[in-house]
Design a protein around this ligand. Sequence first.
Ligand code: NDP
Length: 327
Amino acid sequence: MIPESMRAVRVNQLGGPEVLEMQTMPVPTPRKGQVLLKVAAVGLNFADVLNVRGEYLTRARTPFTPGMEFSGHIVALGEGVSHLEIGQLVAALGGSGAFAEYATAPAAACLPIPAVLDARAAAALPVSYYTAYFSLVTLGRVQAGETVWIEAAAGALGTASIQLAKAMGATVIATASTPEKLEIAKSLGADHVFLSGDLELRQKMLEVAPNGVDTYLSVTGGGGFQDRLSAMGSLGRVLVIGNASREPANLNPTSLMKNNVSVTGVWLTPLMSVPGAMQAATAFIYPLLESGTVKPQVGQVFKLEDAGKAFELMFSRGSTGKVIIEP
Ligand code: NDP
């Protein structure tokens, strides 16, 4: 029985965690091509935090309910949906409105969940693993034996990237801001770990990768961006995935010439519409999930009412793995 109303987190004005308000809202009706899910777990993304602050790639229009990645059981099918079933556990990617007891999602954006994953792990899967795949494989063209540098390595994207890069046979250099985070990176298979604030970071990286880094997953951005490129090797690929520092990044394009380094932007949303892209990613990721080779790293878990605390934790760099919010 689907109720008429539900608890939801609403953003009526943009800002920090204090703008998140619990409200009673009508349960949405799935439109053509959509499904309605009873939300089991929501994956918190850095993008959610930026979106609520009005600092994301797309402009947020208030009022809205945040949450772009979640798992849940299907409770209603919209017109024209035939490949999914009522009762099925899926993870939904894209859209918004997941910080609630019920949320709709495009049927095309619902991933069936392998039996090895519970609802929390399912909510930790879509954004991080598909972004990691597109960064490493599609755009980063990583080959076995190459060196990959992964920043914010204990975070949601970082832990997914380490696992996929190791599964591809790469050597992983992981950086993060605390020794505890480096331990997490190491436990997932990172070959070399360094504190991101280490003043001798470049020298230390070149000691373990004398020919330089082949692929660098850049998520911190900011004024240190240009300096970090000096660790790149011949034909190195830099993937600009995020700017977590929220500071303007610096780049001198002529510095890329010496080693024929390329810099490519990565955004999951448009990549999802590239024909065959999601299928290729799924064909790579799912066997690794099913065999237990990779496992989404669930971090701290919060109740819907405490969504603001989850935002604070992520914004203050205190989170590890995928922060989960449960209605
Ligand atoms: P994480 O779980 O990685 O958490 C964010 C991490 O960013 C922090 O833990 C911290 O790690 C690092 N960080 C560096 N500087 C700051 C800062 N000034 N304030 C806060 N955090 C900082 O989050 P996600 O996995 O959700 O996202 C990681 C990055 O990847 C973000 O930049 C995000 O925008 C981006 N992203 C981009 C996608 C795309 O499609 N382009 C898709 C998914 C994520 P540490 O303390 O170790 O530095």
